[in-house]
Design a protein around this ligand. Structure first.
Ligand code: APR
Ligand code: ZN
Length: 255
């Protein structure tokens, strides 16, 4: 398919849709400077994920989890919504997209102007932390200052000052339970959609990747914009293997 055919096809699907959902992965944030996971040079090509059980079982795994997170802090802080995020926001504002179902933890969809209630974070959010036992909230900058400072907390994974529970970013790790309310909302929005647009996901992590599949099986059209082929390409109505920012930005008419 030529670039022009891809653009025309995507424009047509969006034009025909009455209620679309957008499903995003790390690929929509790479143009904001945040690396994805499975592209060449992606995070999981550099290090193995730390599973939730290991985080609970081992002080070293907790410290390594936090070392990795703080090493990414300057990248997360510098990241701004890019043209792809702005194009999704434009579709929400036009009433074309009801909800953004995201696997991303960077908060960039909300930063682009989409109201919180129209963003469903399946894998949580890394821009703050909580105590796993009492739910108290902790700010990353404060935790980083203690972890990287010269005090007794230097290099030690943070624990809750209220109940001594383990403190973790508000994200869902491999092996950790998915957020039930987010999952239920994502299911309802997916079933109500007549178009699902996938942006920047390899679609290999379930149950998240099940939502585009559910949309298609439920009769919605499925469009995938992703640089690399995905496991759902064969069931999609349209596949565009190009960069999200240029593709969706051009179709939606935003810079
Ligand atoms: N434009 C289009 N596609 C892109 C771009 C871009 N600018 N940048 C990257 N991509 C594509 C890559 O080709 C890749 O196929 O985005 C996809 C990102 O896939 P992954 O790195 O696997 O990220 P994702 O699908 O979000 O991973 C799902 O895995 O590790 C867990 O919890 C983590 O939420 C994450 C989940
Ligand atoms: Zn606590």
């Amino acid at each position: 398919m030529t670039h022009t055919e891809g653009m025309a096809g995507l424009a047509r699907l969006i034009d025909q849709a009455k209620r679309a959902v957008v499903f995003t992965g790390a690929g929509i944030s790479t143009e904001s400077g945040i690396p994805d996971f499975r592209s060449p040079g992606g995070i999981w090509t550099q290090m193995a994920p730390i599973y939730f059980d290991d985080f609970l079982a081992s002080e070293e795994a907790r410290a390594e989890t936090w070392r990795r997170r703080f090493a990414m802090e300057d990248i997360f802080r510098a990241a701004e919504p890019n043209r792809g995020h702005r194009a999704v926001d434009a579709l929400v504002r036009r009433g074309k997209v009801s909800t953004v179902i995201t696997q991303n933890i960077d908060g960039l969809h909300q930063a682009s102007g989409i109201p919180d209630k129209q963003v469903i974070e399946l894998h949580g959010n890394t821009m703050y932390a909580t105590c796993l036992d009492c739910g108290s909230r902790y700010e990353i900058a404060d935790l980083r200052a203690a972890f990287e400072g010269e005090g007794e907390q230097k290099g030690v994974a943070p624990v809750c000052t209220r109940c001594l529970g383990y403190v973790k970013t508000a994200t869902v790790s491999f092996g950790q339970a998915m957020p039930p309310v987010a999952m239920r909302r994502a299911e309802l929005e997916t079933l109500a959609a007549d178009l699902c647009i996938v942006l920047g996901s390899s679609l290999v992590v379930y149950p998240a990747a099940g939502f585009p599949e559910l949309a298609k099986r439920n009769g919605a059209a499925l469009a995938i914009v992703n640089r690399e082929p995905t496991g759902l390409d064969s069931m999609a109505d349209l596949v565009v293997h190009e960069s999200i920012g240029d593709t969706l930005g051009e179709v939606v008419g935003v810079n």
